[in-house]
Design a protein around this ligand. Sequence first.
Ligand code: 48F
Length: 258
Amino acid sequence: MKDVEISRVILESFFQKFEGLFDLDVAIVGAGPSGLAAAYELAKRGKKVAIFEERNAPGGGIWGGGIMFNEIVIEKELETFLRELDVRYKSTPDYLVVDSCHFASALIYHATKVGATICNNVSVEDVALQGGRVCGVVINWGPVRKLGLHVDPITVKASYVVDGTGHPANVVSLLVKRGLLEKKTEFPMNAEEAEKFVVAKTGEVFPGLFVSGMAVCEVYGGPRMGPIFGGMVLSGKRVAQLILSRLLPSEESPCQEQ
Ligand code: 48F
């Protein structure tokens, strides 16, 4: 039967893809703009990177633009980046304006084109800790977490993990609830300050765990911002740069076999 053959090739291809993900250079949690930009920069440089995204559609908060008016604003300094991704934009005296669906799909396309894998419908429900450092993520199907099903998860090893889960900083919160880390909470809206804050504070919060995007504001008490996305992209680029400087070709994996 043709239908059975279709099922077989899907399963074989999926498991072939997933087999390559058990030992990653970088596991990124959340396929929002910062996670996608980080994945693009890391994979472009040959690193083995996967994004785990609990929703069906990657893209995070990009799609909805401002209150569902599906346009987003990006600072002019990212014009070269938009050109690199072949993204169409309009210029105003101060900003670049991009169709949100066009921008989300460009980030998804280019991150996967250079070799990053996106595991959608996969939720990170815990981190793997080894010798006082984060060494991977504990994953389950997205609907399992949403529906509260009693199904045990599995573990993926990663030399570095990025919390790109946006406003709730879900990965950092896992360490906070165990008393291993402290965090503040996001401050009220101020786009100008927030865009600078998020980039300046992007970095490692716990051995092996980095934060990018809006999770940075939640961890350090930075202001939130609306549908302006330059800070998110720059934060993703910065986290990639910081991790790349640690992932030297000669460096052995900082994590043991699990
Ligand atoms: O929120 P999100 O888009 O993250 P971001 O990169 O960008 C924030 C902006 O979209 C916007 C803003 C700035 O202009 O204020 O909000 O910081 O995307 C975060 C993604 O993480 C997923 C979630 O579904 C979303 O797509 N996510 C959250 N928790 C988990 C997760 C989890 N535990 N496991 C997997 N994915």
